[in-house]
Design a binder for this molecule. Sequence first.
Ligand SMILES: [Zn+2]
Length: 445
Amino acid sequence: MINQEMKSIVTSAVKKYSCLAIEVAKQIAKNAETGYKEYKTSKLVKDWFTHYEIPFSDNLGITGVRANLNFSDGPNIAMLGELDSLVVPSHPDARSETSAVHACGHHIQIGALLAVACALNEPEVRKMMTGNVSMIAVPAEEFIEIGFRQALKDSNAIEFFGGKQELVKLGVFDDVDIALLTHATGDTINDRPIMVGGRSNGHLAKEVRYIGKSAHAGAAPHQGINALNAANIALAAINANRETFLDSDSIRVHPIITKGGDVVNAVPEEVRIEMYVRGRNIDAILDANRKVDNSLKAGAMALGATVEIRTIPGYLPLEPDFKLSSIFKENAIDYLGTENVGVVPPNSLNNSGSTDMGDLSWMMPTIQPYTHGVSGQIHGDDFEINDWDSAITTPAAISAITIVDLLSNNGGKAKEIMKNFKPRFLKEEYLSMLRSISKFESFQG
Ligand SMILES: [Zn+2]
């Protein structure tokens, strides 16, 4: 661990910038933007780097930004922050025109990222360091607005719906050795201000379209093919399969109907559904996905409708690096005290949601510690920041100290973590796996 004098230099440097970074995070909250549309958010990040003369590249995966601190040759650690918001129409802070709102706390990640960038760039901190730190503001972590992203894909603006997936494809992570992101948690998961460890579910996404035949709903329903009835049977069939899902696989299948028909007096001729199939491992996800596909076809068969099923690669389960977690944990304890730092046991799943940090974790040592300073439910209409210092200054200080710990002393700790890490995928294998999941099928029932 680095000595107390170095720590106090790093902590003071973070505190020097965190008030301003908090103001930027508040502005980001006011301008909440969903994935691949984060233009104003991205500009705030770029303005910050420009002001502090930190070189960066931009327009990565449409809105992504990457700055480099470039100390010397050596390991490269990426600290990440996510640019995008959610959509929660009932949230009091939801933007009136789009319902976009930062109900997952990504704006505080960006605040921490900006404070850490400047703190590590201070001359007295720079001289402790070997290697490079890449500060990467990534687009589109929330895997939402599937129709919009499909249109981006169709126009070749993106290939993958997740921002980190797209940035991996573009080579933004080619020279990154270690990845770190701190993420807020809501009331349900986090019982201490900082939690380290914990895995997450992986997932894939589906876009489904039932095509029936319109007819007068009162006078001639026998001449129509009711796409909504076909969809209802499919959803019932999916529900009937739930008893076959093992608890240990943590399967979640959660559909929404995004279009249920056109007018009330005509037999619905088009119904659209979006859904995720989540699970703890790839085999379980693919098995549940097969049952979902069968169920979707059963609905089409029952009514004589057609169903179009598009399967979209989602995220891999997060497998945090144990050694990296323990270094972060030690520094968190030193900063906050033992009683304020919790550890999720290595084999426990603390988050049955999904994140594209999972994808990175299969290719490089990766952690996503959880931080507090927030209240309410993640993705809920009551999520809010109740302590900006805990939400931004604390994770920024612990992240900065951890990065200095990894890159000081000639980068010894970073090199050890890299040496012990066994990637599950190389980049090209990973991209092929994603592409193998991508599928479109039209089934005539
Ligand atoms: Zn999130």
